[in-house]
Ligand binder design. Structure first.
Ligand code: NAD
Length: 500
């Protein structure tokens, strides 16, 4: 029952730390000769090898390099998987809370032991730069340890008002089979968080990862098995979202759906889960964490060096592909020109290149669809813009320079839709209050940031900037498990908090 402490991030100024990641990337580079692994759906702990279709994981930084393939699950696999984890439910729910916590702690230890190779796989499969890939693994470790600790409390009976002659018991019960449907952008941490929360509370799980991150998810699932998870406590079903994902959501045998992904898919899942199918004994419960269109407001008199640094990291870290990324910027008119000048210089100095190259600032974007979406938005925008650089001599990959549009009107498309790429739109506001109003004028409500040196303005923001995670005088990404429980309101989520 130790105190929870976040796993420290790797310090890459230390030569040995750099070497282990380099070696791990080098190991994966051997797959370039075509000798790449195939992963399969896993039901009852066994690979199911009768898949008809395979999904190839190519490297966003070098699309000619195939890292591996995953067999795509079909309807009959889905049925078999649900049967398996349904049959395992009674035994798993009856295990002691301590034992289930023990599983999570062992998973965390195993991930710590193979931290470098997990990071390397994230770097190559998802185009995540070193520091952020390392943070992804650290967050996965944190989820396991944090939920294990929380579960020890949840496992205790809660107090009821005592009454002579009565015994009243109030305790938590698992719900049944939980579908865990994950995104690719935190390919290890988010599926791990959702899966570990469901398992530690006694539910059984079907893990359906995003198509773009099947290999990382397969390794995660294997680690749970290696840590001693019973084979029928969870099944692994890589597959197409619109078929296998939808099949899971619609199944009468799923009790809970833990989803992290885009707003459109999340809204669709919430609607589909409200339909009761014949034979269904649950009211399905959906925990949905969705997209963001996050804003930073910069006040008159803010520390512009601090603001510029926080804005650049929030907007362009992982090429803007974090749900928490800043994509809207509202700047007080009195400092607009000065901040613009600094941001322009900063953006011009941002270098996009291979995620496996630690000297670059931005890596590639995830897939061809993201390329089309981002290219179209940039091409269509009539507003003035400044762009960063592409490193020379890059292989064929999905590269975009950091892009800052300025003088953008409040009602512009760039201010509305989640683009999920390295694009930031900057607007001028007359007053700090107008900045807050504009920041709030969004369907989304995930993260937000404020740079100000006026105590009254910081207080006002804390009260009225309505987002799930608000940061004052720092960037708006990088929430830590337990310290900044994460999750948004409005169309960003149903208000639950991951790591909280
Ligand atoms: P996505 O919505 O395209 O896919 C997410 C998952 O849903 C994938 O596994 C996909 O296969 C599955 N899916 C697709 N259609 C489905 C359907 N009809 N039924 C069931 N499942 C279906 O999202 P993505 O591109 O993987 O991830 C990026 C999005 O996730 C962004 O919008 C980002 O903001 C959001 N996100 C949010 C958080 C958060 O905590 N709020 C964290 C990370 C990512």
């Amino acid at each position: 029952d130790k105190e929870f402490i976040n796993a420290p991030l790797s310090d890459f100024t230390i030569k040995e730390k750099r070497e282990v990641i380099r070696d791990a990337i080098e190991q994966l580079n051997h797959r370039r000769n075509g000798d790449f692994p195939r992963v399969f759906p896993l039901i009852d702990g066994d690979p199911v090898k009768d898949c008809v279709e395979y999904c190839q994981s190519d490297c966003p930084e070098d699309t000619g390099f195939v890292l591996g393939t995953a067999g795509m699950s079909e309807d009959h696999h889905l049925e078999k998987a649900i049967e398996s984890v349904q049959s395992g439910f009674n035994e798993w729910r009856s295990t002691a809370w301590d034992d289930r916590c023990g599983l999570l702690l062992r998973v965390a230890d195993l991930m710590e032991m193979e931290r470098a190779s997990l990071s390397a796989l994230i770097i190559l499969e998802c185009g995540k730069p070193w520091v952020e890939a390392d943070a992804d693994v650290a967050e996965a470790i944190d989820f396991c340890r944090y939920y294990a600790k929380q579960a020890l409390d949840l496992g205790n009976e809660l107090d009821c008002c005592p009454m002579d002659g009565e015994e009243d018991h109030y305790f938590y019960e698992p719900r049944g089979v939980c579908a865990v449907i994950g995104p690719w952008n935190f390919p290890l941490a988010i599926p791990c968080g959702m899966m570990s929360a469901a398992l530690v509370t006694g539910n059984t799980v079907i893990l359906k990862p995003a198509e773009q991150s099947n290999l990382v998810a397969a390794r995660l699932f294997a680690i749970f098995l290696e840590a001693g998870m019973p084979a029928n406590a969870a099944a692994f079903l890589p597959g197409d979202g619109e078929t296998i994902g939808a099949g899971l959501v619609n199944s009468e045998r799923i009790a809970t759906i833990a989803f992290t992904g885009s707003r459109d898919v999340g809204m669709h899942i919430i609607q589909a889960a409200s339909v009761t199918h014949p034979g269904q004994v649950h009211v399905k419960r959906v925990v949905a964490d969705m997209g963001g269109k996050n804003a930073i407001v910069v006040d008159d008199g803010a520390d512009l060096d601090q603001a510029a640094q926080g804005i650049i990291y929030s907007a362009f870290g992982y090429a803007g592909q974090k749900c928490s990324a800043c994509s809207r910027l509202y700047v007080h008119q009195s400092i607009y020109e000065r901040l613009l000048e600094r941001l322009q210089e900063a953006v011009k100095s941002q270098v996009t290149g291979k995620a496996s190259d630690p000297s670059v600032d931005l890596g590639p974007v995830i897939d061809d669809e993201a390329c089309r979406r981002i290219a179209l938005a940039i091409e269509k925008s009539p507003h003035p813009c400044v762009r960063g650089q592409l490193k020379e001599g890059l292989p064929k990959g999905r590269y975009f320079p950091a892009t800052l549009f300025h003088g953008v009107p409040f009602d512009d498309e760039l201010m509305k839709d989640e683009l999920f790429g390295p694009v930031l739109a900057m607007a001028r506001v007359e007053t700090f209050q107008e900045g807050l109003e504009q920041a709030n004028a969004s369907d989304y409500g995930l993260t937000g940031g404020v740079f100000s040196r006026h105590p009254a303005h910081l207080k006002l923001a804390a009260r009225t900037f309505r987002v799930g995670n608000l940061y004052l005088n720092r960037g708006c990404t990088g929430a830590l498990v337990g310290r900044q429980p994460f999750g948004g309101a409005r169309h960003s989520g149903v208000g639950s908090k991951a790591g909280g």
